[in-house]
Design a protein around this ligand. Sequence first.
Ligand SMILES: Nc1ncnc2c1ncn2[C@@H]1O[C@H](COP(=O)(O)OP(=O)(O)O)[C@@H](O)[C@H]1O
Ligand SMILES: [Mg+2]
Length: 366
Amino acid sequence: MYIKNLFLHNFRNYREQKVEFDHGINLLIGPNAQGKTNALEAIYYLITGKSYRVRKENELILWGAKNFYLKSTFKVQDLLLNLESYYEPNKKIMKINQVPCRRLSDYVGTVNAVFFSPDDLEIIKNSPTERRRFLDLLISQLKPSHIALLNSYLKVLRQKKSLLRREIKTRAFKEELLVWNQQLVDIGSKIILNRLEFTKKLNEYALPIFQSIFPGDNTLELVYYSLNRKDIEGVLADFSAILENKMAQEIERKTILVGPHRDDLLIEINGRPARSFASQGQQRVIVLCLKMAEMEIILNEKGEYPILLLDDVLSELDGKRRQYLLEYIYSTRKQTIITMTEADDNIESEQATIFQVLQGKIRRCN
Ligand SMILES: Nc1ncnc2c1ncn2[C@@H]1O[C@H](COP(=O)(O)OP(=O)(O)O)[C@@H](O)[C@H]1O
Ligand SMILES: [Mg+2]
């Protein structure tokens, strides 16, 4: 699959811009703060209905403007597909082939993309939130029903939280709490199972990639860690009982203490947490492996590679790793859009379509 063109209106620092992409390698070159990342963000937003960087869409509107609009034509399985996004505060319209989608889950997944930026190092370094987000974004692209599950789960959490904060605790209180707990178990278990399934898939691809970069006995393993346990089958069997056990404590502390909203995806190299035991360079390689594994999982499920968006990552990798990534990009046909501040000697201009990005304008150079 690939993106043929992109039209941006009042998106970030773009007032009005149209770009025609090549189905191979596209380079967006320009100094800092010109709009390179913003262009990738627009593509990612069109595909997933979400920004990679911010939660609030208001930040995506060109300063001083009232709304933004994005439109693209994609080629998916030899079919042309139009996606459109319109946003103004409190109004969001997403369309596939001119037809508005009622829910995000009807929209997401038609086109796929993998976004890779230096900030992804946070997947390893930061809190479990980043790792759950990484996992949920991947699952959502391939199983849009996961988005609906996450939304329902959030609603239950909100209800349960407001109940726990209530002052008067009658018998009805306890009954209501049991209802929310039951829903938490029902929806939560499905979320855990989806995450477990995709953790397995990531492992399947990430380990061989990791070993081809670090030959020898090095291992990379991802472990889904739910309710502070690694044996997920046991967790699912005990879920209700665990909630029951925590009930008194939750009531006393007026807060929710257990559930998949606190789970983690452990990333281990040679059996140790990568977060504290891997060097900065190794951590970068692990993220690279995760991203390449995402590419392969999507290829496997969709029969086509997703669009690869590489934001400033080539300069972050050492020579050997950069070469590895470039060979991967060249090896089989996959559309790649790469941003960089200066032309890279390793990429010959005949092999790529080059664009210059300056002050919210994109100009094709070859
Ligand atoms: N909503 C917005 N409206 C106008 N300009 C914006 C908005 N959000 C960010 N910018 C500007 O966009 C520029 C950053 O663009 P970015 O794509 O991140 O740069 P880079 O080319 O370094 O990747 C900055 O100059 C920033 O001030
Ligand atoms: Mg940038």
